[in-house]
Design a binder for this molecule. Structure first.
Ligand SMILES: Nc1ncnc2c1ncn2[C@@H]1O[C@H](COP(=O)(O)OP(=O)(O)O)[C@@H](O)[C@H]1O
Ligand SMILES: [Mg+2]
Length: 266
């Protein structure tokens, strides 16, 4: 069974950083993982240290074009073919980029075919992890599947928390079926953590994960170094590794920790 995680939040709160590090922590040899970059600015690949050539947006355009090379191919087959061309496969996970949002043209027919193929593709993975834009437009278009875990990310500001609350309402309006929700408050400093968690609870969030401000992450970003290369001692990375273990345990999959604890010591 596929476990789908969607990450949402306003720009700059750390969605891509978190999504990239979560993907890196969930990767293991036994379970396939599909990373989806659903933010038009497409930079999840940079955090993960890989390059992207084409996106789902290009498939939509290609499918509506007249192309002698593909004219004899039924649209449905063409979309399936283009989707597999667009999928980036690495040794440890696959990546799909959604690309630009749609223009004024009607893509309804293509979108329906795409959604079906994306659903079929998703079923081949244990984890699907989606980095969304704040508007959540792609998410509602890309799948008919339930989202098992919606993670809304906020910075510690009051405004950030209020935006998180708005995104929560938006998801309900969009009728995206969500099984579980989590608020992640990122960039917390020790001295303000408790107070901000209390603020978030007052706004109605009760499932909360606190993540520390980690200056090394900012420095890596400034230098263009993939964040997955952060050292194991990075407080942000350590917190996300722990969280990934929780997800794996809830899904009854052996996490590294459990496997290691089965190895006799000495
Ligand atoms: N916990 C953290 N500590 C310090 N800097 C962070 C942390 N999380 C994210 N950042 C920095 O914040 C900036 C925005 O992060 P990013 O993941 O691109 O946000 P988003 O995808 O939400 O727009 C980046 O420069 C990133 O390095
Ligand atoms: Mg981003």
């Amino acid at each position: 069974m596929t476990y789908t995680i969607a990450v949402a939040g306003k720009g700059g709160t750390g969605k891509t950083t978190f999504t990239g590090l979560l993907i890196d922590s969930l990767i293991n040899e036994k379970e396939a993982l599909l990373a989806v970059d659903a933010d038009p600015s497409m930079n999840l690949n940079e955090v993960l240290g890989i390059s992207v050539v084409s996106s789902i947006a290009d498939i939509r355009e290609e499918a509506l074009k007249r192309n002698p090379k593909f004219d004899s191919m039924p649209k449905d087959r063409l979309i399936e073919y283009l989707l597999h061309q667009t999928l980036i496969e690495t040794d440890s996970f696959d990546l799909l980029a959604m690309g630009r949002p749609e223009g004024k043209r009607c893509y309804c027919f293509v979108n329906n075919l795409l959604r079906r193929h994306l659903d079929v593709l998703s079923e081949q993975y244990k984890y699907v992890v989606i980095d969304n834009e704040a508007g959540m437009e792609h998410l509602s278009r890309m799948t008919t599947r339930d989202v098992d875990l919606l993670i809304i990310i906020s910075d510690p500001s009051k405004r950030g928390l209020l935006t998180a609350k708005r995104i929560h309402s938006l998801v309900i309006e969009l009728n995206i079926p969500i099984k579980k929700q989590l608020l992640v408050i990122n960039k917390l400093r020790k001295e303000n953590t408790e107070k901000i968690i209390t603020n978030a609870r007052t706004l109605g969030f009760n499932n909360i994960l606190a993540l520390p401000q980690d200056d090394q992450a900012t420095i890596y970003d400034e230098e263009g170094t993939p964040l997955v290369d952060l050292p194991e001692t990075s407080p942000l990375k350590m917190a996300i590794v722990d969280f990934a273990k929780q997800i794996q345990n809830e899904n009854n999959t052996p996490s590294e920790q459990m496997v290691n604890s089965n190895i006799p010591r000495g």
